[in-house]
Write a protein that binds this ligand. Structure first.
Ligand SMILES: *[C@@H]1O[C@H](CO)[C@@H](O)[C@H](O)[C@H]1NC(C)=O
Ligand SMILES: *[C@@H]1O[C@H](CO)[C@@H](O)[C@H](O)[C@H]1NC(C)=O
Length: 289
């Protein structure tokens, strides 16, 4: 049976301290700033996701369809744990459907998780921090790569741009040649790293953001392999504070006002599986690999 009070205690603990070393597949070796991993057992009754009283990990109210809850949006795929989840944490799948309309943004279909404690001028925007996430594809809920997707990003506090963006699909106005790739872009749309989507394995990404030097470094690995530096450090303008967001934002086709209008197919049932989501403190070049 699911016990909410236990879950809350567990979640608060995991948000504050590094993961217990004994069972993790790969240890997180740097201080965790925000822990977005979901504890094993937290899928039994996911209603804890929907209120501030019970969700110490993610903002229960944002950024999602007006008439759907996180306990309905997240699915629990039976896949092996990702590299930094071990046995204490479980993979989860962020899904989008026809209900994934946030406020009046009729062009987008979106479901984006925000770390609960991430504030526009807070710890996530200072010093040197590394965002980790692993992704896996669900053949039952494939993305439609004719569209542009924004899956993980850091949005500036004034919402005018994203300092860093992890995307896939056909980027609007760009070549379709790499539509099957994951792409990490800077705020000006310059590609920093690109790699083909793998439909069977976990793909592990880490993006080191040096706010003091305005530099980005990208780390990557497949499956359970150790991450390796694959790009940078590269100069990138990281100014402007803001927040991280992780999930799916699917842009429409055939529109120059993508937020509000454009084509989205009906009966949408798409998902992106995530694991090993956390932000770590990379002071002194500490990065968990
Ligand atoms: C993918 O998106 C395109 C453009 O919206 C649409 O025409 C097509 O039917 C979609 N394919 C699937 C399998 O949904
Ligand atoms: C996924 O990665 C595995 C292991 O490297 C490789 O054998 C396979 O071809 C890749 N599959 C796809 C669809 O990318």
């Amino acid at each position: 049976m699911h016990r909410p009070t236990l879950a809350v205690a567990l979640l608060s603990a995991s948000a504050t301290y590094a993961a217990p070393a004994l069972v993790a597949r790969a240890d997180i070796k740097c201080p965790i700033v925000f822990d977005g991993r979901l504890p094993t057992g937290s899928d039994a009754d996911p209603s804890w996701l929907d209120t501030y009283a019970t969700n110490a990990i993610y903002n229960p109210d944002y950024v999602k369809g007006n008439d759907i809850k996180w306990s309905e949006i997240l699915k629990w795929p039976a896949v092996e744990a990702s590299r930094f989840d071990g046995t204490n944490f479980i993979p989860f799948e962020v899904t989008i459907s026809d209900k994934s309309i946030f406020q009046k943004q009729n062009g987008f279909r979106r479901a984006g998780l925000q770390f609960l404690k991430d504030a526009s001028d807070g710890e996530g925007q200072k010093g040197v921090k590394t965002l980790h996430f692993s992704v896996k594809q669900d053949s039952a809920r494939p993305l439609n790569l004719t569209h542009e997707y924004l899956n993980a990003w850091h949005e500036a506090a004034d919402y005018s741009s994203n300092q860093i963006q992890f995307q896939t699909g056909q980027l609007i106005g760009k070549s379709a040649a790499d539509k099957n790739n994951f792409k990490i872009l800077d705020r000006n749309g310059k590609s920093l790293y690109s790699v083909a989507i793998n439909t069977s394995q976990w793909q592990n990404f880490a993006i080191k953001l040096d706010y003091t030097k305005n530099q980005v470094q990208v780390y990557y690995s497949l499956g359970q392999a150790e991450l390796k530096s694959v790009a940078g450090p590269t100069s990138a303008n990281l100014a402007g504070g803001g927040q991280f967001q992780i999930g799916i934002l699917k842009k429409p086709t055939g529109s120059s006002d993508v937020v509000n209008t454009g084509y989205q197919s009906k009966n949408l049932n798409e998902g992106q599986i995530y694991g090993g989501v956390f932000l770590e403190d990379s002071t002194n070049n500490c990065v968990s690999l």
